[in-house]
Write a protein that binds this ligand. Sequence first.
Ligand code: PEP
Ligand code: MN
Length: 338
Amino acid sequence: MLIVMEHSATQQQIETVLQAVKRLGFAPQPIPGQNRVAIGVLGNQSYVDEEPFRDLPGIQELIHVTKPYKLVSRDFHPSDSVVTVGGARVGWGLEPVIIAGPCTVESREQVRVTAQSVKTAGAGILRGGAFKPRTGPHTFQGLGYEGLEYLAEAGREVGLPIVTEVMRIDQLDRVAAVADCLQIGARNMQNFDLLKEVGRAGKPVMLKRGMSATLEEFLAAAEYIVLEGNANVILCERGIRTFERALRNTLDLGVVPYLRQVTHLPVIVDPSHALGRRDLVIPMAKAAVVVGAAGVMVEVHPNPAEALCDGPQSLDPAGFTQLMRELRVAVAARIPSA
Ligand code: PEP
Ligand code: MN
């Protein structure tokens, strides 16, 4: 960190900052300039907490040189990580993995039929929510453990690994016992206690970007998981909230090539939750693959008109087959660096 002092800072104020740096166990390095003094903080292994400096008089600005994440960065780990979920390998530059299934497990039959159709069309991982983070409390909240059982059964039957959301720490053991990958939803991206526990669960994790999260916050959230010793983390861009109201969210596709430079963790894209409209899912899934996404997650329902959750953005089995066909063209059209 670099501490820039105000040009009017007194010698006493500078001395106080130097002492504060020393108290944290770091070495202060004063850098006298023409108009002001800056103080470099040396010897830190990670992000320096701003708190001890916030109220000190005479400071103009605190500039972080170190990011709040390290383990997930390319600087620390230059080669691409490959996350294995059952038989599916997710990583930059590999064949994109397609994750498909219903928003919510509604019945044994619904998830079984969906699993069969997405498997036949070429999906690599089956998704389905048993515990649902619904915006309103009066809407269908998911079947819970019963839904988890149906999802696991459907996955086994067709031979697909499963990913499902875990919302609370007390659900973790039972979800981790059957899921091949644990999903952390957008609303829980900064539930730090949950992130730490998920990091200890020994299963791959799919971390969805919070709807107002900056990329720095997104990566710092992933760092919580990796810090617990679990480097099997997949990042999922699912759209962010902006001033735009025409679509459910704003799909921030630029994050795909950007994150490829910054992190070794694979990034996938969820166009269903980003757009909220079935007719836009296929074009944006293709766009995601062209810019290098390591995978795509889409919602599929045997009869979207009757879906209890997110029907308007769900593809039907024929739509999913069409998506898989069009994605083959997108893979061939991938830009060389992606
Ligand atoms: C989901 O994928 O089931 C979901 C709830 O998405 P998000 O957390 O991105 O809203
Ligand atoms: Mn959904």
